[in-house]
Design a protein around this ligand. Structure first.
Ligand code: 2F8
Ligand code: CA
Length: 285
């Protein structure tokens, strides 16, 4: 301001036509004027520097505060992260331990299951054996009286005397039996192997010609038949009783003929009481 003021003063003087220099610009005043200017400049620079220093200090302080705050936050975040990591580690460790424990349990269960499967297989094998053994054992506990032959669970008697069909049937009945009733091929096979002469069997159509009936009520129509070829032929309209030829097949024959016969009755169990069925004394059941 002082410099410009002085310059203005110089111009004013010039306008006024006064060509003389201002007093303070005269050489004798030069040193004094330079010192002031310098002092002013120094002061300005000093103030400027001071301002800059203050500004820098404030900025530094602000930056320091920000840094401190941020470091604090970072420290907190770091602590939080460490805590989270620690918890996560604990969780993972816990889960791994649980999984390991579960795996061990499952492995033990698998081993047990394997053992049980083995035992079950053994039991099934034993059961299978028993299934084949039971019928044999069951059959072994059934027995027949003397002079009777056992086949499956039945007893058979092959007479040595001769009689007509009616007498033969009554003879069987006196021994709690009946003339043989043939129910299947196995039984037929057994009889064929046993006999060597013709014998009466428990079949007749005495009540009505052609209406064949088994003595125990077994249904004739639905059961197996082993008639000889061309039989029954009711030869001479006089054949109403069934016989078994020596070779095994059946024939109708006059009921009055005298010949051997076959009786049949159930076998008796030595375990379960079948006295009524077998009609034997209790002591023998
Ligand atoms: O004993 C009667 C019997 O005689 C013959 O068989 C041996 C007859 N067979 C034929 O005629 C083919 C039976 O029908 C008859 O019952
Ligand atoms: Ca005949």
């Amino acid at each position: 301001m002082g410099i410009y003021a002085n310059t203005n003063a110089f111009h004013i003087d010039e306008q006024n036509g006064d060509k003389s220099e201002p007093e303070d610009l005269k050489p004798e005043h030069w040193p004094r004027r330079t010192d002031t200017t310098r002092r002013n400049l120094s002061l300005k620079i000093t103030f400027a520097l001071l301002g800059i220093c203050i500004l820098v200090s404030i900025l530094s302080l602000v930056l320091a505060v920000i840094l401190v705050v941020q470091m604090g936050e970072m420290k907190r975040s770091d602590a939080d992260l460490r805590m989270d990591l620690s918890q996560w580690k604990n969780n993972v460790t816990g889960n791994v331990e649980k999984a390991t424990s579960s795996l061990t349990e499952v492995q033990a269960e698998i081993a047990l299951l394997g053992e049980l499967t083995g035992n079950l297989e053994k039991a099934i094998a034993q059961l299978s054996k028993l299934q084949t053994e039971i019928p044999r054992q069951r059959e072994s506990v059934y027995s027949c009286p003397e002079e009777w032959t056992k086949f499956k669970l039945r007893c058979y008697n092959f007479s040595s005397s001769l009689a007509n069909w009616g007498e033969a049937q009554r003879s069987c009945a006196s021994a709690d039996a009946h003339l043989v009733v043939i129910n299947n091929a196995e039984e037929q096979g057994f009889l064929i192997k046993t006999i060597n002469v013709r014998r009466w069997i428990g079949l007749s159509d005495s009540a009505s010609e052609g209406d064949w009936r088994w003595v125990d009520g077994t249904d004739y129509n639905s059961s197996v038949k082993f008639w000889y070829e061309g039989e029954p032929n009711n030869s001479n309209n006089a054949e109403h009783c069934g016989e078994m030829f020596a070779e095994g097949r059946w024939n109708d024959e006059p009921c009055g003929n005298k010949q051997k016969w076959i009786c049949e009755k159930p076998a008796c169990s030595s375990i379960r009481s079948s006295c009524k069925m077998c009609n034997e004394p209790a002591s023998q059941c």
